[in-house]
Design a protein around this ligand. Structure first.
Ligand SMILES: O=c1[nH]cnc2c1ncn2[C@@H]1O[C@H](CO)[C@@H](O)[C@H]1O
Length: 320
């Protein structure tokens, strides 16, 4: 018997690797994208909304609603900077795309998350590709949300390796550490895919050439925007390749067998020079004293990834 596709909401800050993840989701029969919610991170929230609408227009999927998310962190701090050096000033590789025709729905991202989880209890997976403000707001708005939401698969953290925003912190967690801490200890079914895993998943220069020589709509579009992303990786990592952060998290939601996980309680450092650091307590040791990790819910944290299979899925689905 054919199983129903899994309903997913992609919380996104597009973003070049976000664009890849969104297109991949639209090409994945295992999932049905029921909405996009937007957040700051790679760009400010207003531009994230514009880019989300634009990407759906490129895909011919304007039937999918876009709900705009928070412009400020959970603690109401304004965003002081975005990572335009990674994605270009427009978030999509400085390609001078025309503004979208569509508009976001009236509901806020957090309201949309709460309401969709309520009407499809246990059935919706949120794939969170940016800072976790909208998800934390949904958790705070509705005490039933953590029960109603099926799963939260998030791209975030740098478990036991250096971060990418700075040596301590991965960019999405660094974007709103308080929100991340709320999500990690909420009791929801959370799978964290961090850069300890996504740094193993690389789109090579020759993969990019294959995309460039394909006539596929998504391959053509991505070839244009990937130039800036590759240039950033060359500057930052001295490599001719690009990390597939968001596509890996998206595919982990589509096919959990692509990653293996450990389980434990994750807390986030919210201040000081290690602000945004994620620390997993793996429960292999019991501590003599009560700690900030004691008696808190566990989450799953990805520890290995089948990188060749992820890259193959990305290529197969984006080339077609
Ligand atoms: O050096 C960086 N600084 C900030 N954000 C980055 C950097 N490299 C990649 N990303 C973006 O942050 C998420 C993964 O942490 C991804 O969305 C990626 O595009």
């Amino acid at each position: 018997m054919a199983t129903e596709p899994k309903k997913i909401i992609i919380d996104t800050d597009p973003g070049i690797d976000d664009a890849m993840a969104i297109f991949l989701a639209l090409r994945s029969p295992e999932v049905e994208v029921i909405g996009l919610t937007t957040i700051y991170g790679n760009v400010y929230t207003t531009l994230a909304t514009r880019n989300a609408l634009h990407l759906l227009e490129v895909a011919g999927r304007t039937d999918i609603p876009v709900a705009e998310g928070s412009h400020v962190t959970l603690n109401k701090e304004p965003k002081l900077g975005v990572t335009d050096f990674v994605h270009g000033a427009d978030g999509l590789g400085n390609q001078n795309f025309p503004p979208p025709n569509g508009k976001p729905i009236e509901e806020s991202a957090a309201d949309f998350l709460v309401n969709q989880a309520k009407v499809n209890p246990g059935k919706v997976t949120v794939v969170a590709l940016g800072p976790l403000t909208n998800i934390a707001l949904a958790i705070q708005m509705d005490p039933e949300f953590v029960k109603n939401i099926g799963q939260i698969v998030l791209l975030g953290g740098s478990f036991a390796v250096n971060g990418n925003a700075n040596p301590a912190a991965e960019a999405n967690i660094y974007g709103d550490p308080q929100a991340a801490d709320v999500v990690f200890i909420s009791g929801a079914n959370v799978l964290a895919v961090g850069i300890n895993v996504t740094h193993q998943v690389v789109l090579s220069g020759s993969d990019r050439e294959k995309l460039a020589s394909s006539k596929g709509k998504f391959a053509q579009y991505l070839t244009g925007i990937l130039e800036v992303y590759f240039a950033y990786h060359f500057d930052a990592y001295n490599t001719n390749g690009a990390y597939l952060h968001d596509p890996t998290a998206l595919l982990a939601a589509v096919d959990p067998s692509l990653v293996t996980c450990t389980e434990g309680t994750v807390r986030v450092q919210t201040s000081g020079i290690t602000r945004g650091l994620t620390i997993l307590c793996n429960k292999h040791k019991s501590f003599g004293e009560i700690t900030e990790w004691s008696n808190k819910p566990s989450v799953k944290v990805a520890v290995t990834v089948d990188a060749p299979r992820v890259v193959k899925l990305v290529m197969d689905r984006l080339l077609s």
